[in-house]
Design a protein around this ligand. Structure first.
Ligand code: DC
Length: 213
């Protein structure tokens, strides 16, 4: 059983995916972390994340422990992730790992929840359940801003909003695997749903006859 969860940055898709995976006893893969690890590797080696040669080299040398690095959560790394993610050869390099995780979840678990930008459209087009989590950009920026403040980072709201808009723009308009909802995806708008309501709505959808199709 594969559950694909896509959506823009700070839409709440990560929170929802983790909660669904815990509730259902499935494995969870935050695929954004993979792109973040590649972006961070390029930055550490002093390269440009938009450079296909540097980015592809970093994608090739990626190891699973790189995904555990706490430094992946910063907005600088997020911007680099969104740049390496626009490169076709990088995406191709990372595809098999994601598909293997979905097909053979670790520890023999019965299913997997993958969240990202292209899970329902490219990585797992045959996923039985496809969710698309969205929210308007000001609400997402507000959430992200509070998260960064709580972490003690010095940041201004207008900068967070601009960063999110730039990232949305790159993620939606790139040529390869752009962010978009699969036509059959169940859309959850977290501008109007809190985390609990989004979880309940997603679970009701999963438990409806959609999971038998
Ligand atoms: O979900 P996130 O914010 O951690 O993702 C970071 C960046 O990685 C995002 O801006 C675009 C890219 N990404 C992607 O292109 N495809 C995915 N499946 C996941 C993330």
């Amino acid at each position: 059983m594969i559950i694909a969860v896509d959506g823009p940055a700070a839409s709440g898709k990560g929170t929802l995916s983790k909660r669904l995976a815990r509730h259902l006893g499935y494995a969870h893969l935050d695929t954004g972390k993979i792109y973040r690890a590649v972006g961070q590797q390029v930055l550490l080696s002093g390269g440009d994340p938009s450079d296909p040669i540097a980015a592809t080299r970093a994608a090739r040398s990626l190891t699973p422990d790189a995904l555990e690095n706490p430094a992946l959560t910063t907005d600088t790394v997020a911007a680099a992730a969104s740049k390496v993610a626009a490169i076709d050869a990088v995406r191709a390099q990372l595809l098999t790992f994601q598909q293997d995780f979905a097909a053979n979840p670790p520890n023999g678990l019965a299913g997997a929840v993958l969240d990202g930008r292209d899970i329902g459209t490219v990585v797992c087009p045959d996923a039985k359940i496809k969710l698309f989590v969205d929210a308007n950009v000001e609400i997402r920026a507000e959430r992200r801003y509070k998260e960064l403040l709580d972490r003690g980072e010095e940041i201004i709201y207008s900068r967070v909003l601009q960063d999110l808009q730039d990232r949305d723009d790159r993620d939606k308009n790139r040529k390869v695997a752009p962010l978009r909802a699969a036509p059959e995806a169940f859309v959850l708008d977290t501008s109007v749903l809190n985390a609990e309501d989004a979880f309940r709505a997603a679970l009701a959808f999963i438990e409806s006859d959609h999971s038998d199709k």
